[in-house]
Design a protein around this ligand. Structure first.
Ligand code: GRG
Length: 333
């Protein structure tokens, strides 16, 4: 069993995340109760709230000990989580997902059209809140939404592509995941009015952490169970999204690569999915991908070395060390 995320041990964070939760729910209250229900669905379902936790913690990196966040920092954290939510609504439509955050996905429950519209609504609310924090935050969030789209398009361009390269994979996750984690930290720093060099450090931290986070997420899709993920595992292979461990097995060559190459390139039935996952799991490339995630996490920690003497700085560094714990146990089975 992995230990809790070190950010959650910060004495003020639970209260601040409670305030984030309240504002999140208020921010999706529409005039139409049906729209409120659809837009609230994944908020109520839960989620780890990693991005708001980073915004709040990043904002505190120059204080020796954390204090309750300002309303502006809470709003910044909410705007980032709303973008994340909007992207999940749209992502689940694209993937035809049935489950998210352990509950029925929005598209499965209400259909694609409503899921797309509710996703748009979440993005609009995020933009409105960001605009209340000033033009820099509004511009940054808009540019980050564009980065998510760019990352996702890069992924779509390579679905069922057995020749997808590691470079193409890394460029995609940079946009679809690392950009928003970088922005989560940057917004915390901007809204807390931290010195510019610290804001830039926090941004680099969030970016490296985000790269590690997505590599870990992709490894988990190969090695974890449905229960551990709260959604069907092996989904990436089914959808034709070939991630780091798969790309490396194929690139390595030999009998594993040959057999995996025969299986991939088109949709898989259940037996083929099991066989493909088995090949990747036993190939040694899961460990190699873990090394890559570890290197990004170490890069993230190193970025914050000179603020690691504050409570918040130390917690961010510890969070990057902790990230690998979540996947090591699953990968070792
Ligand atoms: C309209 C903003 C927008 C984007 C359109 C669909 C799309 C382009 C991008 C998809 C981006 C995406 C879903 C990336 C995956 C990011 C990721 C690792 C999600 C899981 O994050 P967790 O583990 O999930 O933090 P919880 O549920 O805990 O919040």
């Amino acid at each position: 069993m992995a230990s809790p995320n070190p950010l959650l041990l910060l004495p003020t964070l639970a209260d601040d995340l409670g305030r984030v939760e309240d504002q999140l729910r208020r921010s999706v209250q529409a005039e139409d109760p049906f729209l409120t229900e659809v837009a609230s669905h994944l908020i109520t379902a839960g989620g780890k709230r990693v991005r708001p936790a980073f915004s709040v913690t990043a904002a505190g990196t120059r204080r020796a000990t954390m204090v309750a966040s300002t309303p502006e920092v809470i709003s910044g954290a909410v705007s980032v989580e709303l973008v994340h939510l909007g992207s999940l609504y749209h992502d689940d439509v694209m993937d035809d997902a049935t489950t998210r955050r352990t509950v029925e996905s929005v598209n499965a429950r209400w259909g694609n059209l409503k899921a797309i519209l509710a996703g748009d609504y979440l993005l609009a609310r995020a933009s409105e809140i960001a605009a209340s924090l000033g033009t820099e935050v509004a511009g940054l969030l808009a540019a980050t939404i564009a980065r998510l789209c760019e990352g996702q398009v890069l992924e779509l361009q390579h679905t069922f592509d057995r020749t997808r390269t590691e470079t193409a994979y890394l460029a995609s996750i940079d946009g679809k995941t690392a950009a928003l984690l970088a922005t989560a930290c940057r917004i915390g720093g901007i809204v807390a009015d931290l010195p510019r060099p610290v804001i830039d450090q926090l941004t680099r931290f969030g970016h490296s952490y985000g790269m590690a986070f997505q590599v870990v997420d992709d490894i988990l899709d190969v090695v974890a169970t449905d229960e551990e993920l709260g959604k069907p595992s092996g989904h990436d292979l089914v959808e034709g999204v070939y991630t780091l461990p798969v790309i490396r097995v194929l690139a390595h060559g030999g009998p594993d690569a040959d057999r995996l190459g025969e299986l991939l390139g088109s949709p898989l039935d259940e037996a083929e999915l099991d066989e493909a996952r088995g090949i990747v799991r036993t190939s040694g490339q899961v460990d190699a991908a873990l090394d890559t995630a570890r290197a990004y996490a170490a890069e993230a920690a190193a970025t914050l070395a000179d603020v690691a003497d504050t409570e918040a700085g130390a917690a961010l560094v510890a969070a990057s060390d902790h990230l690998l714990e979540t996947v090591q146990a699953a990968a070792a089975r």
